[in-house]
Design a binder for this molecule. Structure first.
Ligand code: ATP
Ligand code: MG
Length: 874
């Protein structure tokens, strides 16, 4: 069975059991402050388990792209070395939201594995939670009884809290799990060592394939467990491991999921997979990493220097270095794997094929730049090893290589070993830890439990239609972050738009009905799909129980709205002018401006900018009314030609914003003008590059645009006045510039003439002595001219000391030149002498033994230094 068929059969099976099949959420986690990347199938449904919002169905199944390279789940170091942990993998999952529980979940998993996929029953082991006295959670009798009836007691393993009790985080939903393990060893080995003893023992052929989590408790901030009113099922099965089992392989990399990529790499390197330990590891690493890199970029996360972007960059560098060292790939190669991968996932994760060229280009540029630091890093490492007095390269050196040149520590260790050196790994870890500690401190945040004020969990947003409302506080939470103590407040209904889709959150006021006290709302954010108002006034703790009138700052909102609608018009215009490849890569809309990042490989020319402005302003003048459709099924929205927005989360129903159905149709949750005429005016203020293949345009609208234009007009009119209102202003300025430059040329010619006159007269004033000298104050237009004069005076001289001083624009300038012969025979040094003499004019300087210059604040000291000078040449 091919991997595509396996995936499809999984989905079909759960569909036949009444599950709604949904697409994977993007890899990059949105609206969740605790996650950089989705690392499990349940991440996109977290809200439903937390009781915020209702799932589109009580039974859901899907395949979710997961990434386990940071935070709680980090498998990176195992990848490539073992055969069953990946950075990115697909997690097949089925969910029950307060619907079926353990009986159905476990029975179905057995039916699917043994009847549909026909996996051998005698190779499967299951685990149940043994209980934990300290935590007060009992043995999972229910799961035990169900399994006993299916597989018999001797195939059940008792798991401890570490392996068999799942928690969402420090607080939140949790419960026991039941895992399914499979023994894929050869018959001989199975007969000599029983599989049961190898479960959870890191054996590469006795692996966990499926985990069934039963959420039945909530963990409170004080550590206690409270039973959940609605019990849920959350399961996750590793797709690549399942393929290995069904296809009868002993490594995930031997399945058709990876073989295409591996064979390509093998052919390109001229090596055969399976021949050499390190080349094999490198091929596995690359075949694995390229998926993580490609899909994260396709989901909108570009490699960068911090956070999620840095995680991707590190993975990419790790892949490049394995290729460089073990496969001799000295030129960029990762990007070549993209077309094959895109094809492989067509129809499953289409985001890759639709952005194939863009993703490949981003990867290529990253490769080029790392291959550059890779070789300079190697030079640096050579130097460090040369300077190393003992046999061990210090932890700080290893850290420097890691931090500055992006060298993974194992690469440093490897090269050091070739030179007979070790590395101080504990020292490196300490330096790394210190750095992590620093960044953790920077983040330094804490939160208390939510305080429930009023019952209710349906929160409604009315901000598309109203600017204020009478409502009540549902709950609030005190938090501590960089900004100090703040409060997150949740209302029953709210007109406040929470920051999302690039649009900033609303600000405004809460006026409490009983006391009449008004508190400012400083921001509004979305967290796990809950609208959270941010306040900084502690009085909320006592006022929260009063009815409240919530009002947004309407003028600010209106300016934001102008920028948001303009963004849509501009995106459509960009597609018309630059082409259909233009896709949104990021967006910011606030009261001051709009900023829009999009894929495009060249600079947008001035002419194109002008066309874009013209189109948008024409659409504004047309006064196109807004067509806002809420709750449109996603398929219908796509038929209308809606451009899916960057990284938007899956939802069954979407909002479609249309300004002229033949011009701009987009999925969007933001706020918009009732008709485009309200925007008034649109003006682009800058165009720049943000990353490889990504351009950024900033623009302003309405009042802001008008202000900019009037400022520019005022400047023009001032210039016009200064030039006495000529007929043709541009021509007048051009004439001015031209006559200025010809005047400068004339002046320079005069200066040159004067200086050569000066030179001739100075030569006549040479004072004879053991060392001939010219020591004199002169007048020179610039310090440079003075220096040149001193230099020129040495022409044909063998025994001449020259010191010239001048007062130029209120400051002292000095220049000394000494004949080459004197420098050699008498050891005279112009640099040293000038530093001494410059003290008289409160200045400093330097240069070479035969020519030096200095400047000083105090020209009054010139006569004194001239009189001191002869003493240096006797
Ligand atoms: P393991 O102990 O093997 O690392 P886990 O306990 O971390 O697994 P879960 O968090 O329960 O795994 O995830 C559910 C399933 O996802 C696992 O049963 C496994 O099949 C798969 N899985 C987990 N981590 C990875 C990974 N890094 N690469 C591939 N598949 C994975
Ligand atoms: Mg794990």
């Amino acid at each position: 069975m091919t991997s595509s068929q396996i995936r499809q059969q999984f989905l079909d099976f759960f569909q036949s059991k009444g599950h709604l099949i949904v697409p994977s959420a993007p890899l990059v986690a949105k609206n969740d402050p605790t996650l950089l990347f989705n690392n499990s199938g349940m991440a996109q449904f977290k809200d439903f388990f937390l009781g915020n919002g209702t799932p589109p169905s009580k039974r859901i199944a899907d395949t979710q792209k997961c990434l386990r390279v940071s935070g709680k789940h980090n498998d990176l170091e195992d990848v490539g070395f073992d055969t069953y942990h990946h950075t990115m993998f697909e997690m097949l999952g089925n969910w029950s939201f307060g619907d079926y529980f353990k009986q159905e979940a476990l029975t179905w998993s057995w039916e699917l594995l043994t009847e549909v996929f026909k996996l051998p029953k005698d190779r499967i082991y299951v685990s149940v939670f043994e209980g934990d006295k300290k935590d007060g959670v009992p043995f999972d009798q229910e799961a035990f009884d169900i399994w006993k009836a299916i597989v018999g007691e001797d195939r059940i393993i008792y798991g401890n809290k570490k392996d068999n009790f799942w928690e969402m985080g420090e607080t939140g939903p949790c419960g026991p799990c039941s895992e399914i393990h499979i023994d894929l060893r050869n018959q001989d080995e199975v007969e000599s060592i029983p599989g049961k003893s190898l479960v959870n023992a890191d054996h590469p052929q006795v692996v966990e394939i499926w985990n069934n989590v039963f959420m039945q408790f909530e963990r409170m901030a004080d550590g206690s467990l409270v039973p959940l009113p609605n019990k849920h099922v959350d399961t996750g099965m590793g797709f690549e491991r399942l393929c290995m089992a069904i296809q009868g392989k002993q490594s995930n990399y031997d399945t058709d999921v990876f073989q295409g990529t591996i064979q390509y790499i093998a052919a390109k390197s001229g090596k055969k997979y399976g021949d050499e330990k390190w080349a094999d590891i490198a091929m596995r690493v690359i075949a694995d990493h390229i998926r993580a890199i490609a899909f994260t970029i396709a989901d909108g996360q570009l490699p960068s220097n911090n956070k999620a972007g840095y995680v991707i960059r590190r993975i990419l560098r790790r892949a490049v270095r394995y290729g460089y060292t073990y496969l001799d790939f000295k030129e960029p190669f990762l990007h070549l794997l993209i077309p094959g991968l895109a094809k492989q996932f067509e129809g499953v994760f289409d985001e890759l094929i639709s952005q194939e060229a863009f993703v490949a280009k981003v990867i290529y540029e990253e490769e080029v730049s790392f291959l550059r630091t890779l070789s300079s890093g190697l030079v640096r490492l050579d130097k460090l090893m040369e300077d190393c007095s003992g046999k061990v390269l210090s932890g700080d050196d290893v850290f420097e290589l890691n931090d500055t040149y992006g060298f993974p520590v194992d690469l440093t260790a490897l090269i050091a070993r070739e030179k007979g050196l070790d590395i101080d790994e504990p020292g490196f870890n300490a330096a790394l830890k210190a750095q992590k500690e620093r960044s953790r401190k920077d983040a330094g945040a804490s939160a208390e439990d939510w305080v429930i004020v009023n019952e209710g969990d349906e929160v409604s947003f009315i901000g598309y239609d109203s600017n204020e409302t009478d409502t009540q506080v549902l709950k609030y939470q005190k938090i501590q972050n960089k900004a100090g103590v703040q409060y997150k407040v949740v209302l029953e209904t709210t007109p406040f738009y929470a920051e999302s889709g690039g649009q900033v959150g609303d600000t405004g006021f809460f006026v409490f009905a009983t006391s009449g006290i008004s508190l400012p709302v400083i921001d509004t954010k979305k967290e796990n799909d809950l609208i959270v108002h941010i306040l900084s006034d502690a009085r909320i703790e006592t006022l929260a129980s009063e009815p409240v009138k919530a009002s947004i700052a309407t003028l600010r909102r209106r300016a934001i709205t102008h920028h948001h609608s303009s963004t849509h018009l501009m995106q459509a215009a960009l597609q018309e002018v630059l082409g259909k490849h233009v896709a949104q890569k990021g967006s910011l809309v606030n009261e001051d401006l709009l900023r829009f990042d999009f894929s495009h490989f060249q600079k947008v020319t001035d002419e194109e900018i002008k066309q874009i402005e013209q189109i948008v302003n024409a659409k504004i003048a047309e006064n196109i009314p807004l067509l806002e459709e809420r709750n449109v099924p996603i398929a219908e929205a796509k038929d209308k030609g809606a451009m899916a927005l960057f990284g938007e989360k899956y939802g069954d129903f979407v909002r479609v914003i249309t300004f002229d159905k033949n011009f701009s149709v987009e999925l969007c949750g933001g706020t918009h003008v009732p008709s485009t005429g309200e925007i008034g005016l649109f003006k682009i203020t800058s165009e720049s590059s943000v990353a490889t293949g990504v351009r950024r345009i900033e623009a302003i609208t309405s009042q802001k645009a008008y202000e900019l234009l009037s400022e520019q007009e005022a400047v023009l009119s001032e210039i016009n006045d200064l030039l006495k209102a000529p007929k043709d202003l541009v021509k007048a300025v051009a004439n001015l510039i031209e006559s200025n430059s010809s005047l400068q040329k004339t002046v320079a010619a005069y200066q040159q003439k004067e200086i050569s006159g000066l030179k001739n007269s100075l030569l006549k004033e040479i004072v004879a002595g053991p060392v001939h000298s010219i020591i004199k104050q002169v007048s020179a237009p610039t310090a440079d001219a003075l220096k040149n004069l001193a230099f020129d005076l040495q022409e044909n001289q063998e025994n001449l000391f020259v010191l010239l001083a001048a007062e130029i624009e209120g400051k002292a300038s000095l220049a000394i030149s000494i004949s080459k012969g004197l420098v050699d025979s008498k050891g005279l040094d112009a640099g040293k002498i000038i530093r001494e003499l410059a003290k008289e004019v409160q200045g400093g300087g330097g240069g070479q033994p035969f020519l030096a210059t200095a400047g000083g604040q105090n020209p009054a000291g010139i006569p004194k230094l001239l009189s001191l000078a002869p003493s240096y040449i006797v």
